[in-house]
Structure formats: C-alpha cells, structure tokens
Design a protein around this ligand. Structure first.
Ligand code: GLC
Length: 455
C-alpha cells in the first residue's frame, strides 16, 4: 500500500513537471528547417528604423539619452510630416541592393506607432502625416516581391503604465524615488496593451513573414519574460501567423518554440553560433553608420568593402545579414545610405549566386589565405571570395580531386587550373593541391569571386 502511494506520488510529480514545462508548440527540427527555408535561402534583408526620432536626428534613443520628458518629446509628434515618404522607392532600392526581405519598426522604444492602432492615440494617423504609414509600406514591399517583417518594441517610454526600469528616461538614482515613480503604474495594464497591439499588427496586414520583438534585459531594474508575458505572447503570435519567423529577444531561450533565430547585433561572430552545442539559425543586424534611427551628424559610415565583407562573412558562417537604414523625417533614405546600397547592389547584380541559397562550406575545404568561402549544397558549387586579390597564382590546398571547373563568377570567364607560373623559384604543388592561374589585373569588382564546380 505504502509503495503504491509512493509510486502514485512519483507519477504525479512526473506528469505535473512535464505539463508545467512551458512550451509554445511542438515542431520537429525538420519542420522548423522547412518553415525557415525561404529565410535561410535569402540571406540578406533590410532593417528600417523610422519614427518621430528621425526629427531630432540624434539617435532613436534620444529620448533616453537626453532624458526628454513625454511632454517635451510631443513636439516631434505634433510636427511629424514625412511629405517625401515613398515606400515604393524604398522597396525598389531594397530590391536593387539584393535584399529579399525587410523588417520595419512599427513601434520603437519611444512608444510611437507608425501603424494605426485601436489602443492608442500615439500613432501616425494623429500626426500631420494623417495616415497609417505601415499599410502603404507593406503594400509597396510586397509589390516588389520582398517579404515583410515587423519590429515591435516591447519597451515603451510613453505608456503611462509601463514601469520605470533601468533603461527608462525617468530612471532615478534612488530606490525610494523609483518606488514613488512606479506608484500607480501597473505593468499588467501595459502587458495587455502590448499583446493587443501585437495582435493588431499580425491581424490587420495579411501574412507577416517575420516578427522582431525588442528586447529583454533581466536583472535589477530589468524586464524579462514574466514582465512581458512572453509565453502567452509568442503562443498568440504562432496561432495568428503559423508560418512566421521570430527573433530571440522575448527572453524565451529555454522554452521550446519561443524563438527561431539568434540576433548578434553590431558584432561579427567568430563562428556559427550554437545553443546547447547545436548550430542555430542566426542573423546579424548591422547599421551603415553608428545609429539605427536617422542621425544627421553621425559619421562612422562603413565603406562598401566592409559592408560586403559583413554579408559574405555572415553567409560563410551560415547566417543572414539584416542591414539597417534610418530614413529621414521627410521620409527619404539619406544619400550616404543610398550610395552604399548602390555599391552593394552593383556587386550583388553579378555575384549574388555566392550568397542566395549558400551556407558555410563543408569542413573538408581548407580556406585559402585572405578569402571567405561559401557553398551552395543544391548546385554543389563552392565560392571563393578574394578579399585580397592574389598575384597570378592561387594555391588551393587539398582541392585536387574535388574541382571540375573554375570560373570568375561575375563574368563567367574560365580560370585555368594549371601548374604555378614563376621563374627560378616556384612553389611546388602538394600531391592533393591545385593551382588557379588568375589574370594579373584585378577584375573590376570590389570583391572578386571564384566559382568552383565541384565533382
Ligand atoms: C537595440 C536597440 C535598438 C535597435 C535594436 C536593433 O536593442 O535598443 O535601438 O532597435 O537594437 O537590433
């Protein structure tokens, strides 16, 4: 009898822990791979940070950095009039740059909504813009064949019930002051507001391909999954849009189905990121200059080599690049970003075959000096990106029985596989090595690519 009771209790505990372990949904790894397949194929997306912070033009965090009160910040809301806003133009630029998907801030930390929401007055329709700016954006991007995603800030410096935390413009020095400021603020009310808004953006605009929730910061004066109601939130997201792809910032790393990809920000990963020893889908988000929102006087613009390097290197480690533009308050994309995109687009026009559908090369291929490899498993072609253009001889160690044919990707011109050229001293080829004979003159391509047809 006693044994029976113990057995009963043990099974009760087992059952209850199984059920209490949070889980968003059941999906096999194969199903997940399939759901993400367009995204891992496309590799390159456009991030767009746009809101009334484009008016001060001093970073999208200007409200916090300069501790601007809600009242003082309102002048931007009252005057926001993007008369040159033409999302069809943005979409065309994205397509010509080679970007296949785009993610726009429908609400950022300042709480301002570019979309029309039933739950707030703090939205584009009530500014001089007078309309739902997201509706036009979605239509324009879809029309260019670009997949659409929404960035939604869980952080909100405008909502009166959002509790003051360590990254709030009102964050005080003392705990007493913090308690005083938070009196009367009820996170439960904010939570409901936020869930309602996420439901709106995933209901009112048709199929949404990506949701970017930003962001959790657990710890003292922080916010984490409990504060956001992340489990319920992401469950709802999956119900509303079963095909959607979600980033990893809702603090649900340990919850099955709580995220789809990791998001190294402004950072080059040393290798393909892993979770619990397994390689995971990943996307790095990067800016052209040092700010996400339009920042007139910020001057740290990356050059096109660096930008292409970011893209190629991401793919060479199995990841994606989401490259950010911060359109101006009048609604156009600043000339510096436009010029950078033109140059990338020029490269992509001739070389995108080494990006789309590609991933990290199999380990058996030794990476030659000063280069990056990508690999297309469907066509079985390997791409060598020449970061430093070599002098005539290009030595491929261990490639002997692997290569059928070699050409430049940009013009499809043959590269001969021959003995190395040279007088008096020349490098002897190892038994398993080959040599490619490159023209002395570097092709007119920022980063030339060799396409190897493998056996
Ligand atoms: C950050 C910042 C933010 C930006 C985002 C993009 O978390 O708070 O301003 O939107 O990263 O990844």
């Amino acid at each position: 009898m006693k044994r029976l009771t113990i057995l009963f209790i043990i099974s009760l505990i087992l059952v209850s822990t199984t059920f209490s372990q949070e889980r968003i949904w059941n999906e096999t790894p194969e199903q997940k791979e399939e759901r993400l397949s367009w995204w891992t194929h496309d590799r390159f997306g456009m991030f767009i940070h746009w809101g009334i912070y484009a008016m001060p033009a001093r970073h999208e965090w200007v409200m916090l950095y300069e501790r601007i009160s809600v009242e003082d910040y309102k002048k931007y809301f009252d005057l926001f009039d993007p008369d040159l806003y033409d999302p069809a133009e943005w979409a065309r630029m994205a397509r010509e740059t080679g970007m296949k998907y785009a993610v726009i801030t429908v609400k950022h930390h300042d709480g301002f909504c570019l979309f029309d929401s039933k739950y707030t007055d703090y939205k584009a329709t009530n500014t001089p813009a007078g309309r739902d700016l997201i509706r036009e954006w979605v239509d324009a991007f879809r029309a260019e064949g670009i997949r659409v995603g929404f960035y939604y800030s869980m952080i909100d410096w405008h909502h009166p019930h959002y509790t003051i935390d360590r990254i709030h413009p009102l964050n005080p020095a003392s705990d007493d002051e913090l308690r005083r400021l938070n009196q009367g603020r009820d996170m439960a009310i904010y939570r409901e507001y936020m869930h309602n808004q996420v439901r709106e953006i995933l209901t009112n605009y048709g199929q949404i391909d990506i949701l970017w929730l930003d962001y959790s910061f657990p710890g003292e004066r922080g916010k984490s999954a409990q504060d956001w109601g992340s489990v319920e939130l992401v469950k709802m997201v999956r119900e509303l849009q079963p095909g959607i792809i979600i980033n990893d910032r809702a603090d649900l790393k340990d919850v099955p189905g709580g995220w789809d990809f990791v998001t190294p920000e402004q950072f080059k990963v040393p290798e393909w990121p892993t979770e619990n020893g397994e390689r995971v889908p990943w996307e790095t988000c990067q800016t052209f200059s040092g700010s996400w929102g339009y920042y007139r006087d910020e001057l740290t613009w990356k050059d096109s080599r660096q930008l292409l390097g970011l893209l190629i290197e991401s793919v060479s480690k199995g990841g994606n690049l989401l490259l950010n533009v911060g359109p101006t308050a009048r609604g156009f994309i600043d000339h510096r970003a436009e010029e950078a995109m033109n140059k990338m687009g020029e490269w992509m026009k001739y070389n995108s075959r080494s990006i789309y559908g590609c991933t990290q090369a199999p380990d058996e291929f030794i990476v030659p000096e000063n280069s990056l490899l990508t690999y297309n498993p469907h066509t079985n072609r390997l791409y060598i990106h020449l970061l430093e253009y070599p002098l005539q001889n290009f030595h491929l160690e261990g490639y002997k029985d692997k290569v059928r044919y070699a050409q430049f990707l940009h013009d499809g011109s043959e590269i001969q596989i021959t003995q190395p050229a040279g007088h008096w001293i020349r490098q002897e080829l190892g038994e398993n090595d080959i040599n490619l004979r490159l023209p002395v003159v570097k092709p007119n391509v920022e980063i030339p690519v060799i396409e190897l047809f493998l056996r």
